[in-house]
Design a protein around this ligand. Sequence first.
Ligand SMILES: C[S@@+](CC[C@H](N)C(=O)[O-])C[C@H]1O[C@@H](n2cnc3c(N)ncnc32)[C@H](O)[C@@H]1O
Length: 312
Amino acid sequence: MEAQVHQPVLVNEVLGYLPPEEGKVIVDGTVGTGGHTLAILQHLPETTRVLGFDRDAESLAFARERLKPFAERVTLVQGAFGEVARLCSQAGFRHVDGILLDLGFSSYQLAASGRGFSFQRSDPLDMRLDQTQGRTALDWLNQLDERALADRLFEYGEERRSRRIAREIISARRMGSLENTRDLVDAVLRAIPPRWREKRLHPATRTFQALRILVNDELNQLRQFLEGFVRLLTAGGRVCVIAYHSLEDRLIKQAFQSLERGFHPFEESADEAVRSFFPFRRLTKKPVTPSREEIANNPRARGAKLRVGERY
Ligand SMILES: C[S@@+](CC[C@H](N)C(=O)[O-])C[C@H]1O[C@@H](n2cnc3c(N)ncnc32)[C@H](O)[C@@H]1O
């Protein structure tokens, strides 16, 4: 069991920003296998409660087992953080004192789920975090035309070779040889000759990232969250968001800046109608990043950026 547990990132930094007072309610919007939630329950007062959400039922089941000793202080529900206000209100909370999002996917999902997140194995091309709904990666790959696919790879994967990769993928599809992650990796490798490959990045990394974002509508989930979270916070309540790639970090940075200036996250203008009624300030002007020691112990922490803000 331990081998599959995801090692949480920037734990002490997150704990340092969450409210240390008695009786607070914290939302962990990306519980995963429960690493951050466990740390919160262990290190914040015994009267702190956690409301935990995740789209992935399998990860939640794992977290539920792991968090059993704290069962009275934690409520776990399957759901997407884009709908955090509704999820909280269904759990009986209109306001909370802290919210944590640790974006992306976990090492548990990468290693254990067999759902196509890893380019190092041959798995079905699924990539859905929530297996109960939505189209799989293979559905998307069978439906998009070459141009639309290239656009998605470019936009969501920041993949410079998107056109060549899309061409190879569509050609594999036409020949009936696009069924699993191995076939997808092979198509990418055909599109990117060795001399173009980056040293520290597997050539399929950006393609897999793009498809995962597409399948799970990840950027819209984040946008939806950023548009609504501040209304959910009590005065003094804090939000901590950890991002692992620039598309997400850019959205968070932009939303926090706009909120601090008194605007809605994505509608900054001089128009009074888009003024936000919730005073908000950034507690991190520059993102907090993992120490060298943390990266040495947990290479997946590389690239993590934590931004924190406070409603006041
Ligand atoms: C990096 S992992 C979190 C790991 C967790 N902090 C821990 O310590 O175990 C990200 C998690 O977010 C979940 N996730 C991604 N997008 C989500 C969304 N829109 N709503 C809810 N959960 C989401 C994934 O299923 C995954 O379990």
